[in-house]
Design a protein around this ligand. Structure first.
Ligand SMILES: NC(=O)c1ccc[n+]([C@@H]2O[C@H](COP(=O)([O-])OP(=O)(O)OC[C@H]3O[C@@H](n4cnc5c(N)ncnc54)[C@H](OP(=O)(O)O)[C@@H]3O)[C@@H](O)[C@H]2O)c1
Length: 290
């Protein structure tokens, strides 16, 4: 596997940042929270970007030629690669091949690459997972994200690979929380554990990493391990909504799902100035600010 170079040496007031998937939930939070003075560009596929301070490129990461043209044409210092597909037949082409195209183009342009990976690359039977843990995916999405990590390592000399967990937030609500509160997810699992991270904290951590020389794998998730059901209950209570979901066990479902993907985030907590807050801490400050 790849090496760590944990030197936080660059603190530029100006930087050319390209965010792939800038129209997505995490991508748009990164763009909103990026420091003034940075020159921003972002890509979208189906949801055009409208922010005035961001150069927008329509890009399909499955098309290597298009990826090359955008990256060679705009010459970013750093690329944060968030674009991904979370379901459907195109997951491998978008997540694995697309990440390889981004990493190769970034390497050719000497751009730093921060690649977003996921806690679901593990089988969920050996938690907690630190940065030395090897992927052992048990679902097609997880397999595509594990292949993406390998493709990025093979194509780029010093990528930073960020393994994260459930991403949630309030302005706007993340899609999963919205569906949960709207009653579109009638069952939440009591036996699946994740380390949810507030999108603002994750975006700030990625922006901090963009100014660093870090390469290698880094777990960036929340410090509080919760079942999906307990997470849903906490969110519903904090937002004053009656829970419209029931507790359930994940075992009887058709798709293979990792049980416990708890990430050990001690390295990120040591390296980063950004505080990674647990769900209780975030919800407490949300309630105090109402
Ligand atoms: N959400 C989570 O809880 C979670 C947990 C762990 C890891 N992650 C990882 O974190 C990253 C960001 O997740 P997210 O929830 O912010 O994703 P998201 O909201 O679903 O956004 C996905 C983005 O990818 C773009 N995209 C999709 N197919 C594309 C293609 N073929 N070419 C170029 N762009 C394409 C979409 O563009 P359009 O919308 O314009 O079509 C959108 O901007 C992903 O890498 C994901 O695997 C997410």
């Amino acid at each position: 596997m790849i090496q760590d170079f944990s030197s936080f040496i660059l603190h530029p007031s100006s930087l050319r940042l390209l965010v792939t998937g800038g129209s997505g939930y995490l991508g748009s939070a990164i763009l909103k929270r990026a420091p003034r003075g940075w020159t921003l560009a972002a890509t979208y596929l189906t949801q055009p970007l409208t922010a005035e301070n961001v150069a927008a490129f329509r890009l399909d990461v499955r098309d290597a030629g298009q990826v090359d043209r955008v990256i060679a044409g705009w010459r970013p210092d750093v690329i944060v690669h968030t674009a991904a597909h979370q379901r459907g037949e195109q997951m491998r082409a978008v997540n694995a091949d697309g990440s390889q195209h981004i990493a190769s183009a970034a390497a050719r342009e000497n751009a730093r690459l921060i690649h977003l990976s996921s806690d679901v690359i593990f089988d969920g039977e050996h938690a907690p997972y630190d940065e030395s843990a090897l992927p052992d995916p048990i679902s097609p999405y997880a397999e595509s994200k594990a292949l993406a990590e390998r493709a990025v390592v093979d194509a780029h000399p010093q990528p930073a690979i960020i393994r994260t967990s459930l991403i949630y937030g309030f302005a706007p609500l993340d899609p999963r929380t919205r569906q949960t509160l709207d009653g579109e997810m009638p069952r939440l699992f009591t036996d699946e554990y994740r380390c949810p991270i507030l999108v603002d904290d994750l975006a700030d951590a990625l922006l901090e990493l963009a100014t660093s020389g870090y390469s290698g794998i880094l777990n960036v998730a929340g410090p509080q391990r919760l079942s999906r059901y307990d997470f849903g209950v906490k969110l519903a209570h904090a937002l004053g909504v009656e829970p419209r979901f029931a507790p359930a066990l994940s075992a009887p479902t058709e798709t293979s799902r990792p049980r416990d993907c708890t990430l050990d985030i001690s390295r990120a907590q040591t390296l980063l100035r950004t505080r990674l807050r647990g769900v209780d801490q975030v919800l407490q400050s949300l309630i105090s600010n109402l």
